[in-house]
Design a protein around this ligand. Structure first.
Ligand code: SAM
Length: 288
């Protein structure tokens, strides 16, 4: 049975190893068993699954995952945590700990080696400083990933889940929703962590879609349009795209495409849905 996940045992381990928290690695360890149970349930982990855990810390969630999964691969960047993990995970034969930076690992290779090529389930209390690159690598990459259940900053969870008309809507919302179906599982207050983070947190589950919800000829172009229009959020779509040096279109071409899509000339990018950005990209693709 898991033995961590409460303040007393967490402090015990930290003191035993004289462990110093490193802010630069986003180290906020979970000390609430209810939250851990919720994460494990939301991830729908079974004995058939190979789970990738990013940043096991002292192994709190890893113990829970090891109980429910067939196999767990936990990738931890901080070498000082490795001897601790050797102790806290000693009873679990189905866990492999890798001392590495997740952003430098070949996740495809990892899925092949540990999951026999089956889709991975990714479960993590993420280091918040690299949430977006981790999520985008998992969503955009070739590696087989089934679903991703992660603790992130509350504001970032809101951004991933929201649609047009909200102040949180942006390039991250559209990128996530092109690849996955997001669902906020729970909001988690700072007192569930040690040390307490300065921000609120939320658990979000991203179920990877078998195919994108919209058809678009050139997804790369669509995301360049999305980034350009949200880079200048306060401007109209025409001005935002017209000012973007990275786009190869004239102002006239952009105005004509906006009109051809049935949009108002003064429309703002932040009001467009994913389907409308796809339509705009297809219209402009003829001009590349
Ligand atoms: N899973 C533990 C828990 O819930 O108590 C710890 C979560 S803590 C928020 C984030 C963990 O990610 C830390 O252990 C940190 O050292 C690790 N980490 C930070 N950057 C990383 C990276 N680039 N690759 C792998 N692990 C990283």
């Amino acid at each position: 049975m898991p033995t961590l996940g409460n303040p007393k045992n967490t402090i015990g381990i930290i003191q035993k190893y004289n462990f110093m928290f490193q802010k630069k690695f986003g180290q906020n360890f979970l000390i609430d068993t209810h939250v851990l149970d919720k994460i494990i349930r939301a991830a729908e982990v079974t004995k058939e699954d190979c789970v990738l855990e990013i940043g096991p810390g002292i192994g709190t969630m890893t113990q829970y995952l090891a109980e429910s999964a067939g196999r767990v691969v936990a990738v931890e960047i901080d070498a000082n945590l490795i001897p601790i993990l050797e102790e806290t995970l000693a009873d679990y034969e189905n866990v492999t700990v890798l001392n590495a930076d997740i952003l430098k690992l070949d996740i495809m290779e990892l899925a092949r080696e540990y999951g026999g090529g089956r889709p991975l389930k990714v479960v993590a209390n993420l280091p918040y400083y690299i949430t977006t690159p981790i999520i985008m690598t998992l969503l955009e990459g070739e590696a087989p990933v089934d679903n991703i259940t992660v603790m992130v900053q509350k504001e970032v969870a809101d951004r991933m889940q929201t649609g047009p008309g909200s102040k949180d809507y942006g390039a991250l919302s559209l990128a996530v929703q092109y690849y996955a179906e997001p669902y906020i599982v729970a909001n988690v207050p700072p007192n569930c962590f040690m040390p307490r983070p300065a921000v609120g947190s939320a658990v979000i589950r991203l179920r990877k879609l078998p195919q994108p919800p919209v058809a678009v000829k050139d997804a790369g172009l669509m995301f360049r349009l999305i980034r350009a229009s949200f880079n200048q959020r306060r401007k109209t779509l025409l001005n935002g795209l017209g000012n973007a040096a990275e786009l190869p279109f004239s102002r006239e071409e952009i105005a004509a495409a906006i009109k051809a899509c049935g949009l108002e000339p003064a429309v703002r990018g932040e009001t467009l849905s994913l389907g409308q950005f796809a339509q705009l990209a297809d219209t402009l693709a003829g001009n590349v």
